[in-house]
Design a binder for this molecule. Structure first.
Ligand code: GDP
Ligand code: MG
Length: 163
């Protein structure tokens, strides 16, 4: 079985953009399972010669109208628990929000290995929020721009190292 890597984070940080970047076109394999896991989009990504199963925890907008945190947790809980590695994504441009902090605290408690990904860090945008991102207690952030394709090679290396 391929190791499972789960992409989590609050809405709009760029999880789906990152998923699409890493999975690419060569894998059209997307499994949307009905029921509880319907929010999960899955694909296989080849990172430095190593295949992983990547899960995008999406579809928050379709979830029941509870608190944002409740919806984030509900949509990512099973993926986080099954994951060999969790990619916790933040928006380097927006900086750390209370939702990020609350969600990070929950993710930390799940006891899975976590890699902090500071997305939207194209140009110099990543540096400013990097220090702030340490406060999440998830280690050193890896700065990427999923949309512009920056930092992805480093991220792939970090993912493979954590597996
Ligand atoms: P999700 O809700 O976390 O899945 O986020 P999406 O992948 O849907 O992206 C949310 C928005 O952020 C979209 O408008 C994307 O085009 C934008 N976005 C994603 N990645 C980047 C990035 O690296 N840089 C910038 N500037 N915008 C990005
Ligand atoms: Mg999404």
């Amino acid at each position: 079985d391929l190791p499972l890597v789960a992409i989590v984070g609050r809405p709009n940080v760029g999880k789906s953009t990152l998923f699409n970047r890493l999975v690419g076109r060569r894998q059209a394999l997307v499994a949307d399972t009905p029921g509880v896991t319907r929010d999960r989009k899955e694909g296989v990504a080849l990172l430095r010669g190593r295949s992983i199963r990547l899960v995008d925890t999406a579809g928050l907008e379709e979830a029941a109208p509870e608190s944002l945190f409740g919806r984030m947790r509900a949509s990512s809980e099973s993926a986080v628990h099954e994951a060999a590695l969790v990619l916790f994504c933040i928006d380097a441009r927006a900086g750390i929000t209370p939702s990020d902090e609350h969600f990070a605290a929950w993710v930390r408690k799940q006891g899975r290995p976590v890699l902090l990904v500071a997305n939207k860090a194209e140009g110099r945008a990543g540096a400013a929020s990097a220090m702030e991102a340490y406060s999440l207690g998830l280690g050193e952030p890896v700065a990427v721009s999923a949309e512009h394709g920056e930092g992805l090679s480093d991220l792939m290396g970090e993912i493979v190292e954590h597996l």
